[in-house]
Ligand binder design. Sequence first.
Ligand SMILES: Cc1ncc(COP(=O)(O)O)c(C=O)c1O
Length: 353
Amino acid sequence: MIDLRSDTVTRPTPAMRAVMAAAEVGDDVYADDPTVRALEERTAELLGYEAAVYMPSGTMTNQVALRAHTECGDAILCHSHAHIAVLERGAPAALSGLSIIPLAGAGGVFSAAALEAAIPSAHPFIPAVQAPPRLVCIENTHNVGGGTVWPLATLQEVIEAARRLGLRLHLDGARLWNASVASMTSEADLAAGFDSVSVCFSKGLGAPVGSALAGSAAFIARARRFRALFGGGLRQAGLIAAGALFALDHHRERLREDHANAQRLASGLAGIDGIAINADAIVTNIVRFQVETMTAGQFVDRCHAAGVFLLPSGTNGVRALTHLDVSETDVDLAVERIGSVMSEAGRMIEAMP
Ligand SMILES: Cc1ncc(COP(=O)(O)O)c(C=O)c1O
């Protein structure tokens, strides 16, 4: 089975497992785990922030950040397709009492003008009926947007606009590593100007568990309180943190292979009748396309039966991700199998009375 559902399906390599098995550990709730501390320090340094805190998931780092930046009843602004808005099970409302002001823009990227236009006017004739906007969230790369990398100039304009408007800024950098490799810009440069940054080790980097939230020392101390409140205190977490440290050292540069494989997959898919894809828009490891002759659900089921695991996304949309456990040969085989599924469907349509 060629599993293209997500870059989270990777398994730790033998070298990573060896490092994990040998990790020095302690009770991290008492700040006694030297491997977790090393990972937090390394992450903060890489991102250019004072401190970082390790957590079990990207959802938790995002939600702890939201909680630490806001008060119940505030509003946050993010793209209408942001992971925080649509894929975290309503957590901003459920855990922090936040409403969302959704912003539009191609590929998950919005402009400074869109941000400014979404802020309620401060004119005294207009009653303050809206929740006070507090925080802007940017996702880089953008998952639902198709692995988009924010152009640096747009990023800078949005950061400046948010500052002018007195808003705080959070970066959901679950795949910031991919953005860095694709744009040949350091993670620190992409993470500059925010109040907090969330990164994941368990996606393209191939570690089994974990994410980190970075920010100022004062902000991270506050975030630790909410990590505990949300049940995210871990004990001998050095075992898994060691996998993340290994991934930082060994799996960042190789992301360019995943990007090349994603392009190879996209160009292969572009040659199959009944699949609509803009192969030029694929810049990282996320490939999104449309199926024209059946629903995404039917297509995904048939591909699964043919040995390719994909994710449906909407009525006709499909998502495929390349990762550490997918080779160039796997990509070619996947294209071949998907091609057979589509020609079989084409023959069935032609044979219909
Ligand atoms: C952009 C983005 N942010 C956050 C997350 C959440 O990460 P986790 O699955 O570790 O909770 C994901 C997961 O795919 C993601 O794509």
